[in-house]
Write a protein that binds this ligand. Structure first.
Ligand code: HEM
Length: 317
Protein backbone atom coordinates (compact mmCIF):
# COMPACT_ATOMS: atom_id res chain seq x y z
CA UNK A 1 0.00 0.00 0.00
CA UNK A 2 2.73 2.45 0.96
CA UNK A 3 4.82 1.83 -2.09
CA UNK A 4 2.92 4.02 -4.61
CA UNK A 5 2.77 6.84 -2.07
CA UNK A 6 6.53 6.59 -1.57
CA UNK A 7 7.08 6.80 -5.31
CA UNK A 8 4.78 9.83 -5.51
CA UNK A 9 6.65 11.58 -2.70
CA UNK A 10 9.93 10.89 -4.46
CA UNK A 11 8.54 12.29 -7.70
CA UNK A 12 7.23 15.38 -5.95
CA UNK A 13 10.53 16.00 -4.23
CA UNK A 14 12.29 15.70 -7.58
CA UNK A 15 9.96 18.40 -8.92
CA UNK A 16 10.72 20.60 -5.89
CA UNK A 17 14.46 20.20 -6.41
CA UNK A 18 14.05 21.43 -9.99
CA UNK A 19 11.77 24.21 -8.83
CA UNK A 20 14.44 25.57 -6.49
CA UNK A 21 16.10 27.17 -9.49
CA UNK A 22 14.52 30.59 -9.65
CA UNK A 23 14.79 33.57 -11.94
CA UNK A 24 16.26 36.31 -9.74
CA UNK A 25 17.57 33.89 -7.08
CA UNK A 26 20.22 36.48 -6.07
CA UNK A 27 17.94 39.53 -6.15
CA UNK A 28 18.20 40.09 -2.40
CA UNK A 29 21.42 38.20 -1.51
CA UNK A 30 23.56 39.71 -4.28
CA UNK A 31 21.56 42.17 -6.37
CA UNK A 32 24.48 42.95 -8.67
CA UNK A 33 25.27 39.30 -9.40
CA UNK A 34 23.92 39.15 -12.94
CA UNK A 35 25.27 42.56 -13.95
CA UNK A 36 28.73 41.63 -12.64
CA UNK A 37 28.77 38.50 -14.79
CA UNK A 38 27.45 40.44 -17.77
CA UNK A 39 30.14 43.09 -17.39
CA UNK A 40 32.92 40.48 -17.20
CA UNK A 41 31.62 38.68 -20.26
CA UNK A 42 31.22 41.89 -22.23
CA UNK A 43 34.76 43.04 -21.45
CA UNK A 44 36.22 39.64 -22.30
CA UNK A 45 34.41 39.36 -25.63
CA UNK A 46 35.26 42.93 -26.61
CA UNK A 47 38.95 42.13 -26.34
CA UNK A 48 38.78 38.53 -27.56
CA UNK A 49 35.76 37.63 -29.65
CA UNK A 50 36.26 33.81 -29.78
CA UNK A 51 35.67 33.76 -26.03
CA UNK A 52 31.92 34.03 -26.74
CA UNK A 53 31.66 30.59 -28.31
CA UNK A 54 33.99 29.11 -25.72
CA UNK A 55 31.72 30.24 -22.92
CA UNK A 56 28.70 28.65 -24.59
CA UNK A 57 30.49 25.34 -25.05
CA UNK A 58 31.77 25.51 -21.47
CA UNK A 59 28.16 25.54 -20.25
CA UNK A 60 27.23 22.55 -22.45
CA UNK A 61 30.19 20.48 -21.28
CA UNK A 62 29.53 21.42 -17.67
CA UNK A 63 25.88 20.34 -17.81
CA UNK A 64 26.41 17.07 -19.70
CA UNK A 65 29.05 15.77 -17.30
CA UNK A 66 27.69 15.35 -13.77
CA UNK A 67 25.07 18.08 -14.27
CA UNK A 68 25.39 21.86 -14.30
CA UNK A 69 27.56 22.03 -11.19
CA UNK A 70 30.75 23.73 -12.39
CA UNK A 71 32.62 20.43 -12.16
CA UNK A 72 34.32 21.40 -15.42
CA UNK A 73 35.98 24.36 -13.68
CA UNK A 74 37.84 22.31 -11.07
CA UNK A 75 41.57 21.98 -11.67
CA UNK A 76 43.32 18.63 -11.57
CA UNK A 77 45.16 17.80 -8.35
CA UNK A 78 48.08 15.43 -7.75
CA UNK A 79 45.52 12.70 -6.95
CA UNK A 80 42.86 13.44 -9.53
CA UNK A 81 42.67 14.25 -13.24
CA UNK A 82 39.75 16.62 -13.64
CA UNK A 83 37.19 16.95 -16.47
CA UNK A 84 38.97 19.88 -18.11
CA UNK A 85 42.03 17.71 -18.67
CA UNK A 86 40.11 14.96 -20.47
CA UNK A 87 40.59 14.59 -24.21
CA UNK A 88 36.93 15.42 -24.96
CA UNK A 89 37.06 18.71 -23.04
CA UNK A 90 40.67 19.63 -23.85
CA UNK A 91 39.67 22.41 -26.25
CA UNK A 92 37.04 23.91 -23.94
CA UNK A 93 37.98 27.39 -22.72
CA UNK A 94 36.74 30.59 -21.17
CA UNK A 95 37.85 29.66 -17.65
CA UNK A 96 39.58 33.00 -17.14
CA UNK A 97 36.33 34.88 -17.84
CA UNK A 98 34.54 32.87 -15.15
CA UNK A 99 37.45 33.54 -12.75
CA UNK A 100 37.25 37.28 -13.39
CA UNK A 101 33.50 37.38 -12.74
CA UNK A 102 33.82 35.20 -9.66
CA UNK A 103 36.62 37.35 -8.20
CA UNK A 104 34.42 40.42 -8.43
CA UNK A 105 31.45 38.52 -7.01
CA UNK A 106 33.50 37.32 -4.04
CA UNK A 107 34.58 40.91 -3.34
CA UNK A 108 31.00 42.19 -3.48
CA UNK A 109 29.04 39.31 -1.91
CA UNK A 110 31.37 36.62 -0.61
CA UNK A 111 30.29 32.98 -0.58
CA UNK A 112 26.96 33.71 -2.25
CA UNK A 113 26.97 33.13 -6.00
CA UNK A 114 27.82 29.65 -7.27
CA UNK A 115 30.31 29.03 -10.03
CA UNK A 116 27.68 26.87 -11.74
CA UNK A 117 25.37 29.89 -11.98
CA UNK A 118 28.22 32.06 -13.27
CA UNK A 119 28.75 29.53 -16.08
CA UNK A 120 25.03 29.50 -16.95
CA UNK A 121 24.74 33.30 -16.90
CA UNK A 122 27.95 33.75 -18.87
CA UNK A 123 26.67 31.46 -21.65
CA UNK A 124 23.47 33.51 -21.90
CA UNK A 125 25.42 36.78 -21.97
CA UNK A 126 27.92 35.46 -24.53
CA UNK A 127 25.06 34.62 -26.88
CA UNK A 128 23.51 38.03 -26.33
CA UNK A 129 26.79 39.83 -27.11
CA UNK A 130 27.06 37.73 -30.28
CA UNK A 131 23.80 39.19 -31.55
CA UNK A 132 21.56 36.48 -30.11
CA UNK A 133 18.58 36.66 -27.78
CA UNK A 134 18.54 37.51 -24.06
CA UNK A 135 16.43 35.43 -21.72
CA UNK A 136 15.86 34.94 -17.99
CA UNK A 137 18.19 32.32 -16.53
CA UNK A 138 16.85 30.46 -13.49
CA UNK A 139 19.62 30.39 -10.86
CA UNK A 140 20.29 28.80 -7.49
CA UNK A 141 22.61 25.98 -8.64
CA UNK A 142 25.27 24.81 -6.23
CA UNK A 143 28.77 23.68 -7.04
CA UNK A 144 29.82 20.05 -7.16
CA UNK A 145 32.70 18.51 -5.25
CA UNK A 146 33.82 15.98 -7.84
CA UNK A 147 35.41 16.27 -11.28
CA UNK A 148 36.74 13.21 -13.09
CA UNK A 149 38.30 13.11 -16.54
CA UNK A 150 37.40 9.43 -16.86
CA UNK A 151 33.64 10.05 -17.15
CA UNK A 152 33.72 12.89 -19.70
CA UNK A 153 33.80 11.05 -23.04
CA UNK A 154 30.95 8.68 -22.15
CA UNK A 155 28.69 11.60 -21.23
CA UNK A 156 29.24 13.76 -24.31
CA UNK A 157 28.07 13.24 -27.90
CA UNK A 158 30.86 12.67 -30.41
CA UNK A 159 31.09 14.70 -33.65
CA UNK A 160 30.96 11.45 -35.65
CA UNK A 161 27.54 10.55 -34.18
CA UNK A 162 24.43 9.88 -36.26
CA UNK A 163 21.03 11.12 -35.09
CA UNK A 164 20.25 7.94 -33.12
CA UNK A 165 23.47 8.24 -31.17
CA UNK A 166 23.13 11.98 -30.52
CA UNK A 167 19.49 11.53 -29.52
CA UNK A 168 20.47 8.83 -27.04
CA UNK A 169 23.13 11.10 -25.58
CA UNK A 170 20.61 13.92 -25.10
CA UNK A 171 17.92 11.58 -23.83
CA UNK A 172 20.32 10.38 -21.11
CA UNK A 173 20.23 13.98 -19.84
CA UNK A 174 16.44 14.26 -20.03
CA UNK A 175 16.57 16.26 -23.28
CA UNK A 176 14.56 15.49 -26.40
CA UNK A 177 15.44 15.03 -30.05
CA UNK A 178 14.02 18.52 -30.69
CA UNK A 179 16.35 19.85 -27.99
CA UNK A 180 19.22 18.20 -29.87
CA UNK A 181 18.29 20.02 -33.07
CA UNK A 182 17.71 23.43 -31.54
CA UNK A 183 20.72 23.33 -29.20
CA UNK A 184 22.99 22.20 -32.03
CA UNK A 185 22.14 25.62 -33.44
CA UNK A 186 24.74 26.90 -30.94
CA UNK A 187 27.18 25.85 -33.69
CA UNK A 188 26.22 29.11 -35.39
CA UNK A 189 29.22 30.57 -33.54
CA UNK A 190 32.73 29.32 -32.98
CA UNK A 191 35.24 26.90 -34.35
CA UNK A 192 36.25 23.26 -34.45
CA UNK A 193 39.65 21.64 -34.91
CA UNK A 194 40.45 19.29 -37.80
CA UNK A 195 40.17 16.32 -35.45
CA UNK A 196 36.40 16.84 -35.31
CA UNK A 197 35.92 16.21 -39.05
CA UNK A 198 38.53 13.63 -40.03
CA UNK A 199 35.91 10.85 -39.91
CA UNK A 200 34.30 12.50 -42.96
CA UNK A 201 37.17 11.53 -45.24
CA UNK A 202 38.45 8.04 -45.98
CA UNK A 203 40.34 6.17 -48.66
CA UNK A 204 36.93 5.37 -50.22
CA UNK A 205 36.12 9.05 -50.70
CA UNK A 206 34.48 11.75 -48.68
CA UNK A 207 31.15 11.77 -46.86
CA UNK A 208 28.46 11.89 -49.62
CA UNK A 209 26.33 14.28 -47.56
CA UNK A 210 29.02 16.96 -47.92
CA UNK A 211 28.62 19.60 -50.60
CA UNK A 212 31.48 18.62 -53.00
CA UNK A 213 33.13 22.04 -53.15
CA UNK A 214 32.85 22.52 -49.40
CA UNK A 215 34.21 19.00 -48.89
CA UNK A 216 37.27 19.73 -51.07
CA UNK A 217 37.91 22.92 -49.15
CA UNK A 218 37.76 21.02 -45.85
CA UNK A 219 40.02 18.28 -47.15
CA UNK A 220 42.64 20.78 -48.22
CA UNK A 221 42.37 22.60 -44.88
CA UNK A 222 42.81 19.33 -42.99
CA UNK A 223 44.90 17.00 -45.18
CA UNK A 224 44.83 13.33 -44.13
CA UNK A 225 46.35 11.62 -42.31
CA UNK A 226 48.08 14.31 -40.24
CA UNK A 227 46.29 17.64 -40.39
CA UNK A 228 47.55 20.68 -38.55
CA UNK A 229 46.21 20.09 -35.03
CA UNK A 230 45.98 23.83 -34.37
CA UNK A 231 43.96 24.72 -37.48
CA UNK A 232 40.52 26.17 -36.70
CA UNK A 233 37.50 25.72 -38.96
CA UNK A 234 34.39 27.90 -38.61
CA UNK A 235 31.36 25.90 -37.49
CA UNK A 236 29.15 28.22 -39.54
CA UNK A 237 30.71 29.07 -42.91
CA UNK A 238 28.30 31.95 -43.44
CA UNK A 239 28.61 33.93 -40.19
CA UNK A 240 30.49 32.22 -37.38
CA UNK A 241 30.78 35.27 -35.14
CA UNK A 242 27.07 36.09 -35.25
CA UNK A 243 24.40 34.18 -33.40
CA UNK A 244 21.78 33.64 -36.11
CA UNK A 245 20.00 30.77 -37.89
CA UNK A 246 22.64 30.40 -40.63
CA UNK A 247 23.75 27.07 -39.11
CA UNK A 248 20.51 25.52 -40.36
CA UNK A 249 20.82 27.18 -43.79
CA UNK A 250 24.28 25.61 -44.06
CA UNK A 251 22.89 22.17 -43.27
CA UNK A 252 20.38 22.52 -46.15
CA UNK A 253 23.33 23.25 -48.46
CA UNK A 254 25.44 20.28 -47.29
CA UNK A 255 27.76 22.64 -45.46
CA UNK A 256 27.41 21.35 -41.93
CA UNK A 257 30.93 21.02 -40.54
CA UNK A 258 30.75 17.84 -38.48
CA UNK A 259 28.93 14.58 -39.20
CA UNK A 260 26.70 15.14 -36.17
CA UNK A 261 25.65 18.50 -37.63
CA UNK A 262 24.95 17.34 -41.18
CA UNK A 263 23.12 14.23 -39.91
CA UNK A 264 20.36 16.50 -38.58
CA UNK A 265 19.45 17.36 -42.17
CA UNK A 266 20.00 13.90 -43.63
CA UNK A 267 17.77 12.14 -41.11
CA UNK A 268 14.07 12.41 -42.00
CA UNK A 269 13.10 12.70 -38.32
CA UNK A 270 15.09 15.90 -37.71
CA UNK A 271 15.09 17.42 -41.20
CA UNK A 272 11.68 19.16 -40.82
CA UNK A 273 12.89 21.06 -37.76
CA UNK A 274 16.14 22.03 -39.52
CA UNK A 275 14.07 23.39 -42.41
CA UNK A 276 11.76 25.25 -40.04
CA UNK A 277 14.65 26.94 -38.24
CA UNK A 278 16.42 27.73 -41.53
CA UNK A 279 13.27 29.46 -42.71
CA UNK A 280 12.32 31.22 -39.50
CA UNK A 281 15.03 32.85 -37.39
CA UNK A 282 12.51 33.98 -34.76
CA UNK A 283 11.28 30.45 -34.22
CA UNK A 284 14.87 29.25 -33.77
CA UNK A 285 15.59 32.06 -31.33
CA UNK A 286 12.46 31.44 -29.23
CA UNK A 287 13.02 27.69 -29.09
CA UNK A 288 16.71 28.06 -28.38
CA UNK A 289 16.10 30.14 -25.26
CA UNK A 290 13.69 27.56 -23.86
CA UNK A 291 16.06 24.70 -24.64
CA UNK A 292 18.96 26.51 -22.95
CA UNK A 293 16.84 26.80 -19.80
CA UNK A 294 16.18 23.04 -19.98
CA UNK A 295 19.89 22.34 -20.55
CA UNK A 296 20.63 24.46 -17.49
CA UNK A 297 18.43 22.22 -15.34
CA UNK A 298 20.29 18.99 -16.06
CA UNK A 299 21.09 17.24 -12.76
CA UNK A 300 21.44 20.51 -10.86
CA UNK A 301 22.47 20.56 -7.23
CA UNK A 302 20.35 22.86 -5.06
CA UNK A 303 19.49 23.52 -1.41
CA UNK A 304 22.18 22.15 0.86
CA UNK A 305 23.69 19.85 -1.79
CA UNK A 306 27.24 20.69 -2.90
CA UNK A 307 28.70 24.05 -1.89
CA UNK A 308 29.30 27.62 -3.05
CA UNK A 309 32.94 27.53 -4.07
CA UNK A 310 35.09 30.52 -3.17
CA UNK A 311 37.46 29.80 -6.03
CA UNK A 312 35.87 28.10 -9.03
CA UNK A 313 39.00 26.03 -9.66
CA UNK A 314 39.07 24.23 -6.29
CA UNK A 315 36.62 22.92 -3.72
CA UNK A 316 36.54 24.89 -0.46
CA UNK A 317 39.12 23.71 2.05
C1 HEM B 1 25.45 16.33 -30.93
C2 HEM B 1 25.78 17.35 -30.17
C3 HEM B 1 27.10 18.03 -30.19
C4 HEM B 1 28.32 17.60 -30.62
C5 HEM B 1 28.68 16.25 -31.21
C6 HEM B 1 29.25 18.68 -30.45
C7 HEM B 1 30.59 18.64 -30.74
C8 HEM B 1 31.42 19.73 -30.81
C9 HEM B 1 32.79 19.71 -31.25
C10 HEM B 1 33.57 18.46 -31.64
C11 HEM B 1 33.23 20.98 -31.27
C12 HEM B 1 34.61 21.46 -31.73
C13 HEM B 1 35.62 21.30 -30.64
C14 HEM B 1 37.01 21.59 -31.13
O1 HEM B 1 37.42 20.98 -32.12
O2 HEM B 1 37.69 22.42 -30.51
C15 HEM B 1 32.16 21.83 -30.81
C16 HEM B 1 32.23 23.19 -30.69
C17 HEM B 1 31.25 23.94 -30.12
N1 HEM B 1 30.09 23.48 -29.56
FE1 HEM B 1 29.31 21.65 -29.77
N2 HEM B 1 28.59 19.75 -29.92
C18 HEM B 1 27.29 19.40 -29.74
C19 HEM B 1 26.31 20.18 -29.17
C20 HEM B 1 26.51 21.42 -28.65
C21 HEM B 1 25.60 22.14 -27.81
C22 HEM B 1 24.28 21.56 -27.29
C23 HEM B 1 26.14 23.35 -27.55
C24 HEM B 1 25.63 24.48 -26.71
C25 HEM B 1 24.38 24.64 -26.38
C26 HEM B 1 27.39 23.40 -28.26
C27 HEM B 1 28.22 24.50 -28.35
C28 HEM B 1 29.40 24.53 -29.06
C29 HEM B 1 30.13 25.76 -29.35
C30 HEM B 1 29.67 27.17 -29.04
C31 HEM B 1 31.29 25.38 -30.01
C32 HEM B 1 32.42 26.29 -30.48
C33 HEM B 1 33.49 26.34 -29.41
C34 HEM B 1 34.64 27.27 -29.73
O3 HEM B 1 34.56 28.10 -30.63
O4 HEM B 1 35.68 27.15 -29.04
N3 HEM B 1 27.60 22.21 -28.88
N4 HEM B 1 31.07 21.03 -30.53
Amino acid sequence: MLEPLFVLVLQLSAVCIQAQLLVGFYDSSCPRAESIVQQSVMMAIQSNRPLASRLVRLFFHDCFVQGCDASILLDSTPNNTAEKDSRASATVGGYEVIDAAKNTLEAVCPGTVSCADVVALAARDAIFFSGGPHWDVPTGRRDGLVSQASVVASNLPDPSFNVDQSTASFSAKGLSQSDLVVLSGAHTIGFAHCGAIMNRFSANGSDPTLDPTFGKMLESSCPSPSPDATKLLPLDVLSNTIFDNAYFVNLQAGKGLMSSDQALFTDPRTKPLVNAFAQNANSFSANFQLAMVRLGQVQVKTGSDGQIRKNCRAINS
